[in-house]
Design a protein around this ligand. Structure first.
Ligand code: ATP
Length: 307
């Protein structure tokens, strides 16, 4: 089932700033979709369009087949949103904030309390539940904001930089939670700059720059747009004549190949020449490198177009 469908979507702000420029993409239910792009790329604007906080200048978007601008109330029942500047009340405790927002979703008081306490516990905030929000650190607010977004068990979560401002342990906990939610069928639409975390948890990606979508797909697809080369790291007693390699240490070598299919041939070649192989590993280009390559390719293309 398609959770998010965006077709030729554009947003031009008053003053003429084209923040989103004719983008089209689809996200299936249960995916963790990583929406990646540099500052000002149009990620938050896209989330606001998907949540009905902004209306499109052109094109359309649908969330579980609902038009966010036409059905904001229905959409709020099935979606949760966590942005960096989520509105909550400083003079209320963490727990009371959650209870307040739970009642806005139509939950009854006992249901609200039970769910709020469970989420405080899951996000390691039980100790601070009775403290006023004004005493919370940035990371604690961030986690409470995530709890708020999850209160009514939404079918889709829009998360804008959910791990920014979190220490590594809390970030890991949030990422595990995101994976658990996805495994139980929740769709996650995640904007982030934290590419290493993104690679750990996202199943598909969209890469946006200056309002335009550069690429979508899983990591293999993005990788194939940049390079299909692999670096094979070997520890072996010899390398046969004719095999191109880079020596990286005593008995250790790097060999660049075009696909995994070449790895058994390398091993057979070494063993056939009377050598022993002690270690083999293959490194694929990480998301971070793919991201920068695609951004560079796009900048180069734009420069060429402007000549
Ligand atoms: N209310 C607004 N009025 C005019 N321009 C805006 C408004 N909000 C955002 N913009 C502009 O739209 C563009 C996209 O902004 P957006 O916040 O969507 O980017 P982003 O990818 O979320 O960036 P970041 O990673 O920094 O959060 C930027 O050029 C920004 O300056």
């Amino acid at each position: 089932m398609i959770a998010v469908l965006i077709e030729n979507l554009s947003k031009i702000y008053t003053g003429g700033n084209k923040a989103v420029n004719d983008i089209s993409l689809a996200v299936n239910q249960g995916e963790v979709f990583g929406f990646l792009g540099p500052n000002g790329a149009g990620k938050t604007t896209t989330i606001k369009l998907l949540c009905g906080m902004l209306t499109p200048s052109n094109g359309s978007c649908r969330v579980f087949d609902l038009d966010p601008a036409q059905n904001p109330e229905k959409l709020h029942q099935l979606s949760g949103v966590m942005t960096e500047h989520a509105q909550m009340y400083d003079h209320l405790t963490g727990l009371d904030n959650l209870i307040f927002f739970g009642t806005l979703f139509g939950m009854n008081m006992s249901e609200c309390k039970k769910r709020a306490n469970a989420l405080l516990n899951r996000l390691n905030l039980t100790y601070a539940g009775q403290r006023r929000l004004s005493t919370y650190s940035t990371g604690m607010r961030q986690r409470l904001s995530l709890a708020r977004a999850m209160l009514h068990s939404p079918k889709i979560l829009f998360l804008d930089e959910p791990t920014s401002g979190l220490d590594p342990e809390s970030a890991q906990n949030v990422n595990t939670l995101i994976q658990e939610l996805a495994a139980s069928g929740t769709t996650i639409f995640l904007c982030t700059h934290q590419l290493r975390y993104a690679q750990e948890i996202c199943t598909t990606y969209g890469l946006i720059s200056e309002g335009s979508l550069l690429a979508t797909g899983n990591i293999e697809k993005l990788r194939s747009m940049v390079s299909s080369k692999l670096t094979v790291r070997l520890k072996a007693s010899l390398i046969p004549n004719g095999m191109v390699y880079e020596k990286t240490g005593e008995d250790t070598y790097n060999i660049t190949v075009s696909s995994e299919d070449e790895i058994p041939l390398i091993i057979k070649g070494i063993v056939g020449a009377g050598g022993d192989v002690y270690h083999v590993s293959a490194d694929q280009i990480p998301l971070e490198e793919i991201y920068f390559s695609l951004i560079d390719m796009n900048n180069g293309k734009m420069e060429r177009e402007n000549l």
